[in-house]
Design a protein around this ligand. Structure first.
Ligand code: ISJ
Length: 352
């Protein structure tokens, strides 16, 4: 086929897609009307996951699973935004990893609100400035984010989804001669994450200047030919700062898990995880007794971390299943005075 013939065929497919998209949006609108009569939330992550699973299982074409996610998640986000524009507060600044996590769920059409602290994200969702909040919960190298646990304890909001991102750092500078670099800007934690790379390039001895965000690091490095930034590739691109090396972190499996919080509870998807905060009485065996109930019901516990809130020890616990599942509900009911259910949501990963 000639180029023109191929392009004619593509144009015909795009025309058909446009018609189908509009037909689909009309149906989503009708679903929205049904939801409005009952006050049900527009966003249903478990329904979106079911659609993605179905499509992936029947897919026979060139699209990979990741490509199906990318195309359809964006379409879901567009559909929801046509129904009700979504405000998404995230731990900023722009181009932070949390921003990337937010965009992976809420697409290009949502109204994003960068917030400078984790408690600030919770406050804005509670006030209703934003319908959704996105915050980090744990990193594979640095562990649990205490601020997030404290806020989950303090605020009456629900975890409605989890997102896991690979965390990669880039080394970016306007200089084309690495030996002329005299200072490196980044977040304090990132210098430690890239220590071996800096040693290998003889950059461990130059001045390391910690700044509040990697985006700020990129901005500062742009103005100075003797400076470089350690920052996510998107932060460098956003500031037109040339990337010299990609993936410079020591642990290339470095991952961060994020929670999406809102003011509603998800229905069961059949593939869920639940997070709890547990305050047990200070008696011998109370933790073992609590955990035994899960074992007896064959519930797969995936995480247990102790955490101190205002001098008091609490446990952050996660398990496979939904809070309304028949084998889980009685356990949560039995311990209702000791637990705070933080949310049940579609399981994206087994554990970080
Ligand atoms: C249309 C619905 O609402 C939203 C949009 C969806 C979609 O575009 O398919 C799916 C789930 C919801 O987030 C629905 O709940 O079915």
């Amino acid at each position: 086929m000639t180029l023109d013939e191929l392009r004619d065929k593509i144009d015909n497919i795009d025309d058909a897609l446009l018609k189908l998209y509009n037909e689909r949006m009309e149906l989503v609108h009708q679903v929205g009307e049904v939801k409005n009569t009952t006050g049900a939330p527009i966003y249903r992550p478990e329904r979106e996951q079911a659609i993605l699973n179905r499509l992936k299982s029947q897919n026979k074409g060139k699209l990979t699973d990741a490509a199906i996610d990318a195309l359809f998640l964006e379409m879901f986000a567009v559909a929801r935004n046509l129904e009700l524009p979504e405000g998404v507060a995230y731990l900023g600044p722009e181009a932070s990893f949390t921003h990337q996590a937010a965009e992976s769920k809420f697409g290009a059409m949502s109204a994003y609100l960068p917030i400078s602290s984790i408690p600030g994200v919770f406050r804005e969702v509670k006030k209703g400035t934003a319908k959704f909040g996105v915050i980090p919960i744990e990193n594979s190298s640095n562990g649990i984010v205490s601020d997030t646990i404290n806020c989950l304890d303090e605020y009456d909001l629900k975890i409605i989804a989890e997102v896991c991102l690979d965390v990669h750092m880039a080394f970016a500078t306007v200089s084309d001669d690495i030996t002329k670099i005299t200072k490196i800007y980044s977040k304090d934690i990132a210098f430690g994450q890239c220590r071996k790379f800096l040693q290998d390039l003889g950059l461990d001895e130059v001045e390391h200047i910690p700044v509040e965000s990697t985006v700020k690091a990129a901005k500062l490095a742009l103005k100075d030919e003797t400076a470089a930034a350690l920052c996510p590739a998107v932060a460098a691109k956003l500031n037109n700062l040339p990337i010299r090396f990609n993936n410079v972190e020591d642990d290339t499996n470095n991952r961060t898990r994020f929670f999406i919080i809102s003011d509603f509870e998800n229905a069961s998807s059949g593939n869920d995880k639940t997070s709890l905060l547990v305050r047990l009485s200070n008696k011998p065996g109370s933790l073992v007794n609590f955990l035994n109930d899960f074992e007896e019901a064959h519930v797969n516990l995936t995480k247990i971390k102790s955490h101190i809130v205002e001098g008091e020890s609490i446990f952050f616990i996660e398990f496979h299943g939904h809070q309304n599942d028949a084998h889980i509900k009685p356990i949560l009911e039995k311990h209702k005075d000791e637990i705070k259910i933080l949310g049940s949501y579609v399981k994206e990963i087994d554990d970080i």
